[in-house]
Design a protein around this ligand. Structure first.
Ligand code: ZN
Length: 164
């Protein structure tokens, strides 16, 4: 899908759709399976200060590989990003006086929505994806449960002695 992002914001357009995970080629190496689809929602608006904005939401789940046990697991995506549209690169504040969490996009009459969605997904992925501790077969906690504790072994020895 290609939009004129300035027009999208000015006219306060709104669009939502699902997209197959398999469409994201750059994501391919980061995921265990490209099955499934994600929901996305794009909303254009002009805020009270006259700034043109796009708001993007992406939701769904991806199968990632746990870096600890190398098994796949389901990672929930729930992305919300807000972008301020600017006409020129010089309108983007420099890193130094960047007041925080605002993202900027250049005015683009041919903006690829898929590309923007994929960028945001890549940013949302953990650097080292891992199961939660209790779900990971290689987690210390889970292994500790499997191994008999040294106290239980001692206890066993004691009872053994008593029985003899
Ligand atoms: Zn794991």
């Amino acid at each position: 899908m290609i939009i004129n992002n300035i027009e999208f914001a000015r006219k306060a357009l709104e669009f939502h759709d699902t997209i197959a995970v398999s469409q994201f080629l750059r994501l391919h190496d980061a995921i265990a399976s490209d099955k499934g689809a994600l929901n996305w929602h794009l909303l254009g608006s002009v805020d009270s200060g006259g700034k043109m904005t796009l708001q993007l939401q992406v939701q769904g789940s991806l199968e990632l590989i746990c870096q600890r046990c190398l098994e796949p697991f389901e990672f929930n995506l729930d992305i919300y990003s807000k972008f301020i549209l600017v006409m020129n690169e010089s309108d983007i504040p420099s890193e130094d006086d960047d007041s925080g969490d605002e993202d900027y996009l250049l005015a683009d009459t041919q903006m690829q929505v898929n590309e923007l969605i994929e960028d945001e997904i890549l940013l949302a992925l953990p650097l080292a994806p891992k199961h939660d501790d209790e779900d990971c077969s290689a987690s210390d906690k889970v292994n500790a449960l499997k191994k008999p504790s040294p106290f239980a072994v001692l206890q066993g020895l004691k009872t053994g002695k008593n029985q003899n």
